[in-house]
Design a protein around this ligand. Structure first.
Ligand SMILES: *Cc1c(COP(=O)(O)O)cnc(C)c1O
Length: 639
């Protein structure tokens, strides 16, 4: 059945409540975005609301062109606050005898602005960091100031990585080496002896609890991560032999990312508790249980166990963890350890929005102006006859006939028996017939299978000023859904259905799956007709996690401009940071061009043209200016 016979097609008058329902803002926004009475999407925190459109207008005055990645610092702060607060409350309510220490995994968004903000705001909760490589370790050592915070080192660690961590311990940080492979342990033992520092050691257990969602291969027998039970025992025995079993203080378990089903989390924790208990029984001095990431973001707002959603709230997540830990450990008579989680996605997703303008639209409306010419080809008459029997009952037949006659006409054109003008008339008649059939679908009780995709095939293509590959790689790579909506004009009823194309002109650079509050996903997005001389802005929301450094330089579109704002409680806001995106010279140098030499080479070409009299010296100079200005300019479409 045709999927879009939703309330939005009802002929009642449009208002803000309908816009809210259509785009489901309250479902996915976690209260960080809203809609004001003028139909503008707002960023919300601290009891204030700021229309994104105002921020966009101020960006333009600062020469920060679209596309722009907007970061709202308060949202990042608020997420950190909510996470720590929810664990604190759950611990209090459940009567758990230890505390929570969060760490932020740098890989989820490594941008200095984000990491610095987490370090600054997170200090009040001793919020630490998880690192998986030497560069990430160095970033943390240079950022973290509060020695009460944890540093958790995952990933394969060589001697240098270990030495960096041992130095952190000397400086007073609780820096854990999580052993992921048996080969790491001898390096840690050797380096710590050489430097005379007691290491803090964790072991990562290979989890066998099955988890649904996209990242389920993180757990299970074939998972590439963690130590098997045999390897865990070998690690214990080695540490015992080296008189270092008291250094084994942390158990690490990571079930995967974006875990949609709370039941999977619970059963994973029960398995983790078993590992923990038996390691304690083996003589390890465990004090910390690290449950990794996995806290999901409800991208679709469906509150379901679908992979792009989650069937639990933050509060339930925390309560379930604390409650399961307490119940299980009490049963085994084990002292409650410090709870560590490594929430990345849920911490940073909400704080970033990609804003872009629409450059152009292709619609599949027939051109009415093209009427019969004097020498119309007889084949066109067959197409016109279809209008005479076009009724809902015969819609399928008309649809078939229109396709048949169009094919005939295209063949005649190929053979030189029908001219371009006649073909153009025929193509428009064809579109007219299909549009009329599409308009009948809403009132039809049963829609023939062939016609199900008709509306989608007639939808508009809106060309957006952004690169999917650079800014939204997960849409391309793993069919991730993000909320995408116009950030203004929501007091007007959207009158078009569209798919989005980016400016790479690559057939993969399109977005044709959207969140639908009724159906889960939809193939088109309701949008407004463009107005003359007025920009139309869309926002892609919840993109703070995993998008920024996975992006690539497809077609050499570079990093976008980035603006960080902070909202104040009086409704004003500050532009706290701004970074101009890559220039053309920047992206060319990434692929090993040398902009200075390119300039000289172009100069030589132009000078040669002067010499040969094809251009004047003055023209040459103007060309050089244009060349230079382009080199220093933005890679995206500029107005
Ligand atoms: C990726 C990763 C995380 C982050 O997971 P989220 O689901 O984004 O919170 C945490 N810990 C480890 C070990 C990871 O690999």
């Amino acid at each position: 059945m045709e999927k879009r016979s939703s309330p939005k097609h009802q002929n009642t008058s449009w208002d803000i409540a309908k816009a809210e329902e259509l785009y489901g803002i309250h479902r996915w926004s976690n209260d960080y975005f809203g809609l004001n009475s003028r139909g503008e999407v707002t960023a919300k925190t601290l009891n204030t609301e700021v229309p994104l459109l105002n921020i966009i207008e101020e960006m333009a005055e600062r020469d920060l062109q679209m596309p722009v990645l907007l970061r709202i610092e308060n949202i990042l702060d608020a997420q950190l606050f909510r996470l720590n607060e929810a664990f604190r409350k759950a611990i209090c309510e459940v009567g758990y005898n230890n505390h929570y220490r969060g760490v932020y995994p740098i890989k989820v968004n490594q941008q200095a602005q984000v990491v610095e903000e987490i370090a600054a705001f997170g200090a009040r909760f001793n919020h630490g960091f998880e690192v998986g490589s030497k560069p990430e370790m160095i970033a943390v050592l240079a950022t973290l100031r509060d020695p009460g915070s944890l540093i958790i080192c995952n990933g394969y660690k060589d001697a240098e990585f270990v030495e960096l961590g041992l130095n952190a311990i000397k400086l007073g940080f609780d820096c854990f080496f999580v052993v992921e492979t048996p080969a790491e342990l001898p390096i840690i033992i050797e380096r710590s002896r050489a430097l005379g520092v007691e290491p803090m050691i964790g072991v990562r257990a290979k989890m066998t609890s099955q988890v649904s969602g996209h990242w389920n291969s993180t757990s299970g027998d074939r998972s590439v991560f963690g130590l098997t039970s045999t390897q865990l025992i070998a690690a214990v025995d080695l540490l015992k032999k080296e008189n270092m079993l008291h250094c084994l203080q942390l158990l690490h378990c990571h079930l995967g990312s974006q875990i949609p089903n709370i039941r999977d989390i619970r059963s994973g924790i029960v398995e983790a508790c078993r590992y923990y208990t038996d390691l304690v029984n083996e003589g390890a001095a465990l004090t910390h249980i690290d449950l990794g990431g996995g806290l999901a973001v409800d991208y679709t707002g469906a509150k379901s166990n679908d992979g792009q959603s989650r069937n639990y709230s933050l509060e339930e997540y925390c309560e379930d963890i604390v409650d399961t830990l307490k119940t299980t450990f009490d049963q085994y008579d084990i002292a409650h350890p410090t709870i560590v989680t490594e929430s990345g996605r849920a911490t940073v997703a909400y704080g970033s929005v990609l804003l872009f303008n629409i450059l152009d639209v292709t619609s599949f409306e027939p051109e009415k102006a093209l009427c019969a010419s004097d020498h119309e080809h007889p084949q066109l008459e067959k197409m016109r006859e279809i209008f005479e029997y076009l009724t809902p009952e015969r819609a399928q037949e008309c649809f078939n006939d229109a396709h048949f006659h169009r094919q005939e006409i295209r063949e005649l054109f190929k053979q030189g028996q029908l001219d371009l003008r006649n073909r153009s008339i025929a193509e428009n008649l064809f579109l007219e017939i299909l549009q009329r059939i599409a308009a009948m679908l809403d009132d039809m009780k049963r829609i023939p299978a062939d016609l199900e995709g008709l509306k989608v095939s007639l939808s508009d293509i809106y060309y957006g000023n952004f690169s999917l590959f650079q800014s939204l790689p997960d849409i391309w790579a793993i069919d991730q859904l993000f909320p995408i909506i116009p950030v203004h004009r929501l007091n007007e009823e959207p009158d078009r259905q569209a798919v989005l194309a980016d400016i790479t002109c690559d057939c993969d650079g399109k977005i044709d799956r959207f969140i639908d509050p009724w159906e889960g996903s939809a193939q088109t997005l309701p949008l407004h007709s463009l107005k003359k001389n007025e920009e139309y802005y869309l926002g892609v929301f919840l993109i703070g996690a995993y998008q920024e450094t996975l992006g690539d330089l497809h077609n050499l579109f570079g990093d976008t401009n980035v603006v960080s704002v902070r909202l104040n409680s009086d409704g004003t806001y500050d532009f706290v940071k701004e970074i101009h995106g890559d220039t053309i010279a920047d992206v060319l140098s990434y692929v090993e061009y040398q902009p200075k030499e390119m300039y000289l080479q172009f100069r030589n070409t132009a000078e040669q043209a002067v010499k040969e009299g094809r251009i004047t010296a003055r023209e040459r100079q103007n060309m050089m200016k244009t060349f230079n200005a382009s080199m220093q300019g933005y890679t995206y479409y500029e107005k």
